[in-house]
Design a protein around this ligand. Structure first.
Ligand code: 5RP
Length: 273
């Protein structure tokens, strides 16, 4: 199938990113039945070109799924497309897989399609995780966490044999840092961590929900969104942030992604570096 010929769009999950509304067989592969599955989806009109591109990237990622796999489900709008496409394969075509989710939202969505969920007690290793990203730099260095799920996303990614990013082309950058780097912190340490991050050159701000309450992660922590610094040496900055007491995790995903499926207006491109 050529996913670029599809005009299907799906309704998205909520989201809590800093700069956007905190609201989103023949050969035995799942991708083989995708044409029918896609057209049978619960489709909702959404005229945004980026939404089309996200859908196309997610469709391409579906072709990587094989029956029997343990899959990691990412979070965010692009990952939501992937979960819905996967969910249709499970619900409508009997695809046998199991999943571990990177957020409560993604698990809830997956369960609504009948995707069976497991945990790391039962399965230590994930075959394939598909997730979105906020920025994709050379060598597939990423900023993630725009939706606030970076901690579980990093755990799931770290346990994955193959970690695939799905994104539209607007996420590609030469240097990380245009998108504020999310840092998850223990609430009581937030002022101290904020001071330390400022010393590194960032301008950290506590993330808020649209209703004016502080955004709380699935693990009960705060997010500091760190703007104002284009990151020349991600490894060095990552190590410095890691060393700040009170930091739980940060959104720099370095050396983790194996493949990025980047959708443009005409085609989906595969990037491995
Ligand atoms: C959530 C994430 C998302 O994957 C990232 O924000 C990209 O989201 P989207 O696909 O909606 O652009 O890291 O914490």
């Amino acid at each position: 199938m050529n996913p670029l010929k599809s005009s299907s769009r799906v309704e998205l999950n909520g989201d809590a990113r800093p700069d956007a509304p905190p609201s989103e067989a023949g050969d035995g592969r799942a991708g083989s039945g995708l044409d029918e599955a896609t057209t049978s989806m619960a489709i909702h009109a959404q005229s945004d070109t980026h939404a089309d591109m996200k859908m196309h990237a997610a469709q391409r990622a579906l072709a990587l799924v094989e029956p029997g796999m343990t899959l990691g489900l990412g979070s965010g709008t692009t990952a939501t497309y992937w979960i819905k496409l996967l969910g249709e394969q499970v619900r409508d075509h009997g695809l046998q897989i199991r999943a571990i989710a990177s957020s409560k939202d993604s698990e809830l969505l997956g369960r609504s399609y009948g995707i069976p969920f497991v945990n790391f007690e039962e399965y230590r290793r994930i075959d394939l995780t598909v997730d979105g990203a906020d920025e994709i730099a050379p060598h597939l260095a990423l900023i993630k966490g725009g939706g606030g799920k970076l901690l579980r996303e990093k755990i799931v990614a770290s346990a994955s044999k193959t970690f695939v990013i799905v994104a539209d082309e607007s996420k590609q950058v030469e240097k990380l840092g245009h998108f504020p780097l999310p840092v998850e912190v223990i609430p009581m340490a937030a002022p101290l961590v904020s001071d330390s991050l400022q010393k590194l050159g960032f301008t950290p701000t506590v993330r808020f929900n649209q209703d004016g309450t502080r955004y709380i992660t699935d693990e009960g922590n705060l997010i500091l969104d760190c703007s104002g610094l284009l990151i020349d040496n991600p490894e060095e900055i990552a190590a410095k942030i890691d060393s700040i007491v009170g930091v739980v995790e940060h959104g720099l995903f370095l050396g983790m992604a194996d493949l990025a499926l980047i959708a443009g207006a005409e085609r989906v491109t595969e990037r491995t570096s």
